[in-house]
Design a protein around this ligand. Structure first.
Ligand SMILES: Cc1cc2nc3c(=O)[nH]c(=O)nc-3n(C[C@H](O)[C@H](O)[C@H](O)COP(=O)(O)OP(=O)(O)OC[C@H]3O[C@@H](n4cnc5c(N)ncnc54)[C@H](O)[C@@H]3O)c2cc1C
Length: 221
């Protein structure tokens, strides 16, 4: 489904990355790039007639028949801290630990370069990794499986919920670090403490079943 955008993006990669004005990519055209951007959009959205004599691509499959797409997953270092500022959720990320500099991304990149070379191809990272506007900095990463926003911890000092998803209660006059709000559970991916290095749905489901059994008793599955 991304065949056309992939082909056009690859063919125009250099011009795309040379765009200086972030607004240009999201729609606002400036005098410096209007010609190129207009033609990019026309080719992307198919408004411009394709010259069949020069274009060897007849189908969407052929548009990308020289492209092999790698999708890599790994564990990041979970350096961020969520906190509540009033009613707003805030994320603090240490400035000296930019996410893209983490070891796992370096390893992934190195592995993909080696694989591309071994396949006789050219390693081409996603434009967002190379600094495509509107990214303010190079190496923008996209988080597809955000976990750990409401994490399980062994005590209320280390987590929001216990292993069953019950919310710790620090408000009452108790010194018990395991005290919970009765009948109050969090049942979703946010309780998983951090990246799993694999797609998370089964783990989230297993954790949800554990919480449900604590709440209502054994399930007959
Ligand atoms: C395109 C895509 C592909 C994916 N592919 C995979 C995959 O192949 N394998 C895999 O393991 N994972 C995959 N994931 C990730 C996986 O889907 C999620 O990690 C998982 O669904 C998260 O579960 P969750 O229960 O935490 O949240 P969700 O599944 O997002 O559930 C949250 C629920 O809360 C509801 N909700 C939100 N606000 C309110 C409100 N105010 N009141 C009441 N209800 C509310 C929402 O409607 C939703 O039903 C994919 C995700 C996406 C987006």
């Amino acid at each position: 489904m991304f065949a056309r955008i992939t082909r056009t993006g690859l063919d125009d990669r250099k011009a795309l990355l040379a765009l200086k004005d972030p607004a240009a990519f999201v729609g606002g055209e400036t005098t410096s790039n209007i010609g190129w951007l207009g033609s990019f959009k026309e080719r992307l959205f198919g408004k411009k007639e394709r010259d069949a004599s020069k274009d060897r691509h007849a189908t969407e499959a052929e548009l990308i028949d020289d492209v092999f797409f790698f999708n890599a997953m790994g564990e990041d270092e979970a350096n961020g801290v969520f906190s509540l500022r009033g009613d707003e959720l805030d994320l603090d990320w240490p400035a000296d630990k930019p996410i893209a500099n983490q070891q796992c991304f370096g390893k992934v990149e190195e592995m993909l370069q080696r694989l591309s070379l071994a396949m006789g191809g050219t390693y081409t990272p996603l434009p967002t990794w190379e600094g495509l506007p509107p990214a303010l900095d190079k190496k923008t990463v996209v988080v597809t499986h955000p976990l750990g926003g409401c994490r399980i911890g062994p005590t209320m000092a280390e987590g929001v919920v216990n292993e069953f998803g019950q919310i710790y209660d620090g408000s009452r006059k108790t010194t018990d670090p395991l005290a919970v709000h009765p009948g109050f559970f969090v049942v979703d991916g946010s309780v998983i403490p951090g990246a799993l290095a694999a797609n998370p749905t089964l783990t989230i489901t297993a954790q949800a079943l554990k919480a449900i059994e604590r709440a209502v008793g054994p399930l007959s599955l």
